[in-house]
Design a protein. Structure first.
Length: 265
């Protein structure tokens, strides 16, 4: 097991020493319109950069979709800075990816962290494993570690770029490439129409760096205590908050910032 922030990262499907096929080989399956999807994604990013010059940011989860978007932004010379969250409970592999990202593209990556006093207070009051006791406590932990620093990241920004895809979950099947939240901030999701196969085909073909946990059957990677590997055939987000009953497996990042995840018009 891996440890991060004092938590143990569960690896319940494959042992740490088991040979595995890289995610690029398992998943890279381009659709018939892959080239058009790439062109469309670049067009959306150009639109974001032009319409919100100096006021747009890529809020990267460091998942494979966001790594792909960073590659497109850098490859096409777009003025969209990259920022991410360090919740204090990430896997070591995720933290190492931040440095790899900086080196690979020779760019600055803004890292936003929760307010330490708020984390200490939450843990003192509820315990380090509060998220396992109830959905409300899990969401409260997400609010402290994710939502609050994201709010600061987006202050003064009129737009942000995300790696959301409709295929990721039932809650995201209504995601659009451009959405305006109740707060007036525009959210761009250039990969909304992409399949998992298209994502990994691009990553494999362009040498995009990615989290090695993807090779170990982690399609969706969040904080270490709230993420596990998934079995073949499971939903892509089945490894997130797996102890909770079926329902919306979201932390609130895309529903608390003036947007409802996958909301249809």
């Amino acid at each position: 097991m891996n440890t991060a922030g004092g938590f143990e990262a569960l690896d319940t499907v494959v042992g740490s020493d088991a040979p595995v096929l890289p995610a690029t080989q398992r998943h890279a399956r381009p659709g018939a319109h892959h080239a058009e999807l790439v062109e469309q994604a670049v067009a959306v990013l150009r639109q974001a950069a032009a319409e919100h010059a100096g006021a747009v940011v890529q809020a990267s989860s460091l998942g494979v979709e966001d790594m792909l978007l960073t590659d497109l932004i850098h490859r096409h010379g777009l003025d969209i800075p990259v920022a991410t969250l360090d919740t204090g409970a990430l896997h070591p592999q995720t933290l190492e990816l931040i440095d790899r990202l900086r080196r690979h593209y020779a760019i600055e990556v803004q890292v936003w962290q929760p307010r330490q006093e708020a984390v200490v207070e939450f843990v003192a009051r509820n315990g380090r494993e509060a998220m396992y006791r109830s959905v409300d406590l899990r969401k409260a932990c997400c609010a402290v570690r994710k939502l609050e620093p994201l709010g600061r990241m987006l202050e003064g920004r009129s737009a942000w770029v995300t790696g959301l895809r409709r295929e990721q979950s039932a809650q995201r099947d209504g995601v659009r490439e451009r959405e305006t939240g109740d707060d007036g901030r525009v959210k761009f999701s250039p990969l909304a129409q992409w399949s998992l196969g298209d994502v990994w085909h691009y990553v494999a073909g362009h040498g995009v760096p990615y989290n090695p946990l993807h090779d170990r059957f982690y399609p969706s990677i969040g904080c270490a205590p709230c993420t596990r590997a998934v079995a073949v055939g499971e939903d892509q987000r089945a490894g997130r908050w797996w102890w909770e009953l079926d329902g919306a497996k979201e932390c609130g990042l895309h529903s608390e910032q003036g947007h409802a995840v996958g909301a249809r018009p």
